[in-house]
Design a protein around this ligand. Structure first.
Ligand SMILES: Cc1cc2nc3c(=O)[nH]c(=O)nc-3n(C[C@H](O)[C@H](O)[C@H](O)COP(=O)(O)O)c2cc1C
Length: 179
C-alpha cells in the first residue's frame, strides 16, 4: 500500500508526529509547503496532518495551499486525518484546524477513515468531532505528550485493519488503553 503523509507545522511537533506515523505504516512524508498535485494523488492512502494555531485556525502553510488541495480528485478515495492541539489552553477550539481539513476533503468526495474515541481528552468544544468521535487522530503534545506514542500506534493499527478489510471504513475501534 502506497501511503503519503502530508503535513503542515509551525514549530515541529506535527512533523515529528508525521514521521512517526509514516515510519509505522511504511509511508513517505511531505511538508505541505512543498507538496505537488501528484503527491496527493499517487498513493493508496492519503494522510493529512495539521496543528491548530491562532484561535481555532488551520496552519498557515495549509491555508495558503488549500487551492491545490481543492483541485485534487478525492472522489471515493480513502483519506485519514490527524491534528495537534492544546486542550487545556484552547479548550474551546481544540484541534479545530483539523476540522477545517475534514470539511474540505469531505466536500471533495473523500472517504475519511480512522476515527478515534474522545475518551481520555478533556476539552469543551472541537470541530474535529463528528457524531461523538474524532474524525481521525487528535494529539496534544502540550499537555498529554505521554499519550502520543500509544495513540499513534493504536491509530496506525486501525488504519491497517481498514486497509486489510478487517474493519469498516466508518467503524471506530476502541483503544485498549482507554480508561
Ligand atoms: C499562538 C498559538 C495558538 C494556538 N491555538 C490553538 C487553538 O486554537 N487550538 C488548539 O487546539 N491548539 C492551539 N495551539 C496549540 C498548537 O496547536 C500545538 O502547540 C501544536 O502542538 C503545535 O504544533 P507544531 O509544533 O507542529 O507547530 C496554539 C498554539 C500557539 C502557539
Amino acid at each position: 500500500m502506497r501511503v503519503t503523509v502530508i503535513y503542515g507545522t509551525d514549530n515541529g511537533n506535527t512533523r515529528s508526529v508525521a514521521e512517526q506515523i509514516a515510519s509505522q505504516i511504511d509511508g513517505k512524508t511531505i511538508e505541505i509547503s512543498a507538496a505537488t498535485h501528484s503527491d496527493f494523488e499517487d498513493c493508496d492512502l492519503l494522510i493529512l496532518g495539521t496543528l491548530t494555531c491562532g484561535y481555532g485556525d488551520l496552519q498557515s502553510d495549509w491555508e495558503s495551499r488549500l487551492g491545490i488541495l481543492a483541485t485534487v480528485n478525492l472522489t471515493g478515495r480513502r483519506v485519514a486525518l490527524f491534528g495537534l492541539g492544546d486542550q487545556i489552553t484552547y479548550a474551546d477550539t481544540f484541534a479545530d484546524g483539523r476540522g477545517e481539513l475534514y470539511e474540505q476533503v469531505v466536500g471533495q468526495g473523500a472517504v475519511v477513515i480512522g476515527s478515534t474515541p474522545t475518551t481520555g481528552y478533556d476539552y469543551f468544544a472541537s470541530r474535529a468531532v463528528q457524531d461523538d468521535v474524532f474524525v481521525g487522530l487528535v494529539l496534544d503534545e502540550d499537555t498529554q505528550q505521554e499519550e502520543t506514542e500509544g495513540r499513534i500506534a493504536f491509530w496506525v493499527a486501525s488504519l491497517k485493519m481498514v486497509a486489510a478489510g478487517e474493519l469498516g471504513a466508518q467503524q471506530t475501534p476502541q483503544p485498549h488503553y482507554a480508561n
